[in-house]
Design a protein around this ligand. Structure first.
Ligand SMILES: NC(=O)c1ccc[n+]([C@@H]2O[C@H](COP(=O)([O-])OP(=O)(O)OC[C@H]3O[C@@H](n4cnc5c(N)ncnc54)[C@H](O)[C@@H]3O)[C@@H](O)[C@H]2O)c1
Length: 288
């Protein structure tokens, strides 16, 4: 099922995120794409980011075709100036910054004795340093927006959702780099929820189990060989392991990207305006 960008509106013609501006990293494909489409469907204006221009531009076109508003900010989240550029795209382009979804990422697996420093560092760069820089770049605009809102006597609740993994919360053999990085995302989330509560920013974290994307295809599926910044990476999971993993899910199957996006939307919606500093594991009931 392909994620839909149909705009949802109430009787007054308002979506639940009408007036909000969201930035979603890595939203050209997979969970990020489904999230961008979902937030747009609820009325948010979206800055779509991806390393690859074509899928990002296709998501922008899909949102616009459905009557939404979006712009692309192409580039790798690991570029040192990317955080500033991404935040600026929202603030200058749409005049606000209400929702930040740190989603971009990939896996670079290997058992510890075969992992190089570069392999470990690549995961820290994309999953930890990049969200850190994006959030640091957002701090000043958020402070300025908040000050104006206080002066106007308005309370606006902003949302950050950081994407982690159950590899980070529970460990996963073969992923010491990825799991370490995704665990760091939890610490970042909990810390920022304490720093930014006074700015009325809810900072939460979603750790996915097994969600159907190119990262979790069987590794003999050609789609699991992915290009990241000119490097070909063998993502995916060996077919036997994939079946064993799906068998461990109490709900009996991997999650769909729309379901993953639904959990992120939950933490962006007004219903979670007093929920902050939380880690939500979204794994169809996995608790191993
Ligand atoms: N699929 C799962 O089961 C699963 C489980 C746990 C966590 N996650 C996490 O969810 C997030 C999304 O993964 P997905 O499964 O949707 O994968 P995906 O490959 O389908 O989508 C990820 C997107 O991020 C982009 N991207 C990768 N590196 C980037 C970079 N440096 N700069 C900008 N864009 C970049 C890719 O081009 C791709 O379009 C990742 O952080 C991943 O670690 C996924």
């Amino acid at each position: 099922m392909s994620p839909s960008a149909d705009i949802k509106k109430d009787e007054q013609g308002m979506g639940r995120l009408s007036g909000k501006v969201a930035i979603v990293s890595g939203s050209g494909r997979g969970i990020g794409r489904a999230t961008a489409l979902r937030l747009a469907a609820e009325g948010a204006r979206i800055v779509v980011n991806d390393l690859d221009a074509a899928p990002a531009e296709a998501v922008v076109a899909q949102i616009e075709a459905a009557g939404g508003v979006a712009a692309a900010c192409i580039g790798s989240v690991t570029e040192p100036d990317f955080g500033e550029r991404f935040v600026k795209a929202a603030v200058d382009g749409f005049g606000g910054l209400d929702i930040i979804v740190n989603n971009a990422g990939y896996t670079l697996d290997g058992v510890i004795q075969k992992q190089t420093d570069d392999q470990f560092q690549a995961m820290m760069d994309v999953h930890v340093m990049a969200p850190f820089r994006i959030l640091r770049a957002a701090a000043e605009p958020i402070r300025v927006f908040r000050k104006a809102e206080i002066e106007a006597g308005r309370e606006v609740v902003r949302k950050v959702v950081n994407v982690s993994s159950m590899a980070g919360t529970r460990g996963n053999a073969g992923q010491v780099n990825y799991a370490s990085a995704k665990a760091a995302v939890v610490g970042m989330t909990k810390t920022l929820s304490k720093e930014w509560g006074r700015h009325k920013v809810c900072v939460n974290c979603v750790a996915f189990g097994l969600i159907e994307t190119r990262l979790t295809k069987a590794s003999d599926d050609p789609e699991s060989r992915i290009e990241i910044a000119g490097r070909t990476i063998q993502a995916g999971i060996p077919a036997a392991g994939l079946k064993a993993m799906a068998d461990l899910v109490p709900m009996g199957r991997a999650g769909r990207v729309e379901e993953a996006a639904g959990s992120i939307y939950m933490l962006c919606s007004p219903d979670s305006d007093y929920v902050s500093g939380q880690l939500l594991e979204v794994g169809g009931g996995i608790s191993l």
